[in-house]
Write a protein that binds this ligand. Sequence first.
Ligand SMILES: Cc1ncc(COP(=O)(O)O)c(C=O)c1O
Length: 319
Amino acid sequence: MTTRSAAPQGRRIWVDGRLVPWADATVHVLSHSHQRGSLIFDYMSVHETPRGPAVFRLDDHVRRFLASAELVGLPLRRDAAAIRAAVLDAVRANPGATAVKLSGYLASVEVDVVPVDDHVTLAVAAYDPVQDVLRPKGVEARPFLPVRVWVEKERRNRRPDIMPPQAKVAANYASPMAAKWAARRRGYGEVLLVDDQGFVAEGPTTNVFLVDREGTLRTPPEEKVLLGVTRASILELARAEGRKVVEEKFRPEAFRDAAEAFITGTSAGVWAIASVDDHPLPEAPGPVSRALGERFARVVSGRDPAFEHWLAYVGEARD
Ligand SMILES: Cc1ncc(COP(=O)(O)O)c(C=O)c1O
């Protein structure tokens, strides 16, 4: 496997207002973002709908990106309207894109942790992760089959006293990367992280839910997790369907008494958990996971009129 892959034909990345060829959207090896992990980002999905391509919950992703800049202290100097317009420009310039990655970074070569040049470059990549990134590496997309999960209990990854888990900043992903890599080597497909007191928090790029024997959905509270857009959507859809939902702390052992469990994220949607720490869940996916997963898939593809307001139609959107 090579470290570089062929540049996808025709893809252009929006960088500070210019659309540059994919292969030219690079930064220096000594850039601050690269050396200090200071890059902030957000990741959202684009779907084909009966009204053309649409970005799912664009305004919520832009708000979260602005919040990440604020939490890290990066002087982004762009407002929500400018970022929104950049996303729509990038999607229009890249037909067939299924995802958008927004990045804000200090491209400057720096010496100290506090940069001399604090210009934050804004970059928007609209692309297809499978077609443009995985396939050129010889990797095919795999369906999200029920996954075996390990809970990393020794390193307490979610520490609000260091960098808040609500910030999507590159540095926050180093410890989860180590945990997931170790779990992968031991045959698990995904890892869950705990907070400073040992309560379940979230996955490296997902939030987590369990469904207890009474049918109540439980998910860890906002203080200890990234505010996942899929998490918020599932909470709202579940409440709209009259399901009981609670946001509260629970220990890893709680999965042993659960009826079903799933993780959520922009790429995975609703992804059933097969087992936690080698204890199988009775059903994967169970009926609640399946129903919410199917509803979510209808919503993102513009086939659920009650939640159409979550879609920004690229061809019609104001910018
Ligand atoms: C730490 C973390 N938790 C949860 C999520 C899920 O968030 P979303 O549903 O917005 O994709 C992500 C997304 O990448 C993440 O990085």
